[in-house]
Design a protein around this ligand. Structure first.
Ligand code: PLP
Length: 482
């Protein structure tokens, strides 16, 4: 029996993993979720502890994607996760920062991939999954997306060598770091289209939504998405919680079954949702700490039970820009679990949200369910971010990026030795060198290769905020099935 997917807002069947691979959104506005989270015994989980990352990834992803054979997944994960691409045979190595008796603090390095942000952990596999499925069906795909920096880059590097896929990526003109711009815009592949928009990330996102709302256009142009609600991305990210757990108990001399806490710099709630899924499967995760920046909508929820997303005009521009999100799309999947996976309840809450702009869970049975999930939260801010970058550099002789610094800052409030705290490193400092310079008063060392990248010619097309014009551009440049 293959794993089936349903919408969070109605029991309507959405098919199997490959049916939802290109689209995380249900017709009723809900999100695709597996009909049940696979449950693994401690024996099963322990038997995975010696596996290399690609093998582990095949096993974990197969639990959600059993319509793809395990053999096939082995081939795809072996292509996605190479030491060459990720700079380390462990793919996601754990680095201990502090031993007992003070605390047991470690970083799980997720940003050693091609674009130096943790998005590569999922996107590299997504590229393989898309390519495989398109080959099976003899089809082509046109990916349309909007980015504020890391996602677009990661998607383009994952798809640049895929002949059956073209990418149309909208980005807000002048709002990304120099480095992020150089990384994305220096790609010269003719099927990668970087479209710049005079406006904000939300304006770009709105244009993508408007094009996607034209279902006839979408299907005739074979448009797919790689945004953070894509379930395959969530699944791929579950894998590194397993390797993070195994490496932590080894590094700190613990036994299988002892809890390990994780701290996750959060924006769209995709990363920490994957941790929640890993814990739900049976991995002995203790606390899952949600770290936000000044945009603290999620922190407010976990402290008070009140969920009140903000408008884009109320979203602060901060020095950890990839977390500047006030409406975390994947949060819906977590609340679905809190309300006992009852689509009617979930739909009710989201209807409250659209009418009143908020909902409250305090006092609701769903509120007490949070304790079992282990999620707790805290917020960081600019001064704390800089201070943390300085402290980590002084004490451990290591530079961390502003997002990882937010995680480390919030993690301190939840340390409970002897339980280890694994902080997820979500980007490398070189991507955000201005903030590092401000914190440490020294530049981030940069390889010759990266310096050369910044000198390469950049290739972009300016588009106006006109949905029809965007559609016309796609019509003219889209790949059509051979
Ligand atoms: C995307 C991103 C985040 C936020 O991750 P979510 O899955 O959206 O919660 C945090 N840090 C960095 C560097 C990112 O690129």
């Amino acid at each position: 029996m293959t794993m089936q997917y349903v919408s969070t807002r109605s029991p309507s069947a959405m098919g199997s993993f490959t049916d939802i691979l290109l689209e995380g959104l249900a017709h009723d506005g809900g999100l695709a979720v597996p009909v049940a989270i696979p449950q693994w015994s401690s024996e099963t989980i322990q038997s995975l502890s010696g596996l290399a990352y690609p093998e582990l990834a095949a096993k974990v992803v197969h639990a959600f994607a059993d319509d793809l054979g395990l053999e096939t997944l082995h081939i795809l994960t072996a292509r996605a996760y190479t030491a060459e691409k990720f700079g380390h045979p462990a793919i996601a190595p754990l680095t201990v920062l502090q031993e007992a008796p003070h605390s047991r603090l470690a970083l799980l390095e997720l940003s050693n991939g091609p674009t130096m942000a943790f998005k590569d952990m999922a996107m590299q596999l997504l590229g393989q999954l898309f390519e495989y499925q398109l080959k099976q069906k003899g089809q082509t795909l046109n990916i349309l997306g909007a980015t504020s920096g890391d996602t677009g880059s990661s998607a383009e590097y994952a798809m640049r060598d895929k002949r059956a896929i073209s990418v149309f990526m909208l980005s807000p003109e002048g709002r990304m770091s120099q480095f992020q711009k150089a990384q994305m815009y220096s790609l010269q592949e003719p099927h990668i289209h970087n479209l710049t928009v005079k406006g904000s990330f939300d304006d770009c996102q709105d244009m993508v939504k408007a094009v996607s709302a034209d279902l006839a256009f979408k299907s005739s142009m074979r448009i797919g998405t790689v945004n953070s609600i894509n379930w395959a991305r969530i699944t791929a990210q579950v894998v590194y919680y397993f390797t993070g757990y195994f490496q932590a108990i080894n590094a700190f001399g613990l036994r299988y079954g002892d809890p390990v806490d994780f701290c996750v710099p959060s924006g769209n709630f995709g990363n920490v949702l994957s941790g929640h899924v890993a814990k739900s499967m049976g991995l002995p995760v203790g606390q899952l700490v949600v770290a936000t920046n000044e945009n603290n909508v999620l922190d407010e929820f976990f402290r008070t039970g009140r969920y009140r997303p903000r408008k884009s005009a109320e979203t602060f521009v901060t020095s950890s820009p990839s977390m500047d999100i006030s409406k975390a799309s994947n949060f819906e999947r977590y609340v679905f679990d809190l309300v006992g996976r009852d689509p009617q309840r979930l739909a009710g809450l989201w209807s409250d949200l659209s009418i009143h702009g908020e909902f409250h869970l305090a006092g609701d049975p769903a509120w007490s369910a949070i304790g079992r999930t282990g999620l707790v939260s805290g917020a960081s801010h600019h001064a704390a971010r800089l201070e943390t970058i300085r402290k980590v550099h002084d004490r451990f002789n290591r530079m961390v990026d502003p997002h990882t610094a937010d995680g480390l800052f919030v993690a301190q409030q939840f340390l409970r030795p002897p339980v280890p705290m694994v902080c997820l490193e979500t980007a490398l400092p070189v991507k955000f060198e201005q903030t590092i310079l401000e914190a440490l008063d020294m530049p981030v060392p940069k390889s010759e290769e990266l310096q050369a990248m910044e000198q390469r010619p950049q290739r972009t097309v300016a588009v106006s905020q006109d949905v029809e014009a965007l559609k016309e551009f796609i019509r003219q440049h889209a790949l059509v099935a051979s």
